[in-house]
Design a protein around this ligand. Structure first.
Ligand SMILES: Nc1ncnc2c1ncn2[C@@H]1O[C@H](COP(=O)(O)OP(=O)(O)OP(=O)(O)O)[C@@H](O)[C@H]1O
Length: 267
């Protein structure tokens, strides 16, 4: 059952949105990734898993250009990012949105202003239209209109994630990067957020790159999973393929009590 539902969610045509080849990333004397290859296909929700410190967030930050790789290439929507000119790179960058782990809202801006921030930076819109669009994005992530004037300090953890998600979709992206979107949420809040991600992915036709530890997210909404270990992608494929892969961390992660419970719950 799990396998069938995973297959149903596989994109039909495997058009590559992100193509990373031979990525080597390090800090000082420490190598985090060495010769890492990864493809992300249009229309999929790809879950990135791996032990703590294996470099899942570093991979996300490398793909969006915040960490410069020592070697290798990253093609985003067919554009080689290392050699793209500033205008071309900026045009590609507006095609993705990012939800960072803690939400990373601007604490001095209210909710609506946070969602408007990318529009201010990249679009030349009248203030009324910008406000209207921001409120539309907020309603798309399930927030009531009265949330618009609240400050980040007045929000619950779940609301912060929703505002951050509204900001991530502010520019109508094709691609969404999510870093541990359900971390810090209670199980019901996490399940609601998973459902929201799946709904947005489907209605907006998004491609989603999602770093997660959350087994429920993997089993409920991911169409494919890539596991990081030994500085590279150990295995990428449907859950059945990844779960069956012979690696001690994968066996401990999926074969432990929580992994078995998640498989049963979503089976
Ligand atoms: N800017 C940086 N400078 C130096 N080291 C860094 C930097 N950013 C990350 N690291 C190191 O890179 C390694 C991978 O970090 P990363 O946050 O990607 O791990 P992760 O797989 O996301 O872990 P977790 O699951 O615990 O969040 C860690 O050892 C971290 O300390």
């Amino acid at each position: 059952m799990v396998v069938e539902s995973q297959r149903e969610r596989q994109p039909r045509a495997a058009e590559t949105v992100i193509e990373a080849r031979g990525l080597t990333v390090g800090f000082g004397d420490t190598l985090i990734h060495q010769n890492l290859d990864l493809d992300v296909y249009r229309g999929e929700i790809l879950g990135i898993v791996g032990g703590s410190g294996t470099g899942k967030s570093v991979l996300l930050r490398t793909l969006i250009g915040l960490v410069k790789p020592r070697a290798g290439s990253i093609r985003m929507f067919g554009t080689e990012m290392a050699t793209a000119g500033p205008a071309e790179a900026a045009a590609v960058q507006t095609r993705w949105g990012v939800l960072f782990q803690q939400g990373a809202l601007f604490s001095s801006l209210n909710v609506q202003q946070n969602v408007e921030a990318p529009m201010r930076e990249h679009l030349d819109l009248e203030p009324e239209l910008r406000g209207e669009l921001a409120r539309l994005k907020l309603s798309m992530v399930g927030l009531q209109p009265d949330a618009a004037n609240k400050m980040p300090s007045e929000l619950s953890g779940g609301m912060i994630k929703r505002v951050a998600l509204a900001r991530a979709i502010a520019l109508d992206p094709d691609l969404l990067f999510l870093d541990e979107p359900t971390s810090g949420l209670d199980p019901i809040g996490a399940a609601d957020f998973d459902n929201l991600i799946a709904k947005l992915q489907e209605t907006l036709g998004l491609t989603v790159f999602m770093v997660t530890h959350d087994l429920d997210s993997l089993f409920s909404i991911c169409s494919r999973v890539a596991a990081i270990g030994n500085k590279k992608i150990l295995v990428a494929g449907d859950l059945e393929t990844v779960v069956a892969y012979d690696d001690p961390w994968i066996k401990a992660y999926f074969g432990g009590q929580r992994g078995r419970s998640a498989q049963l719950a979503h089976g």
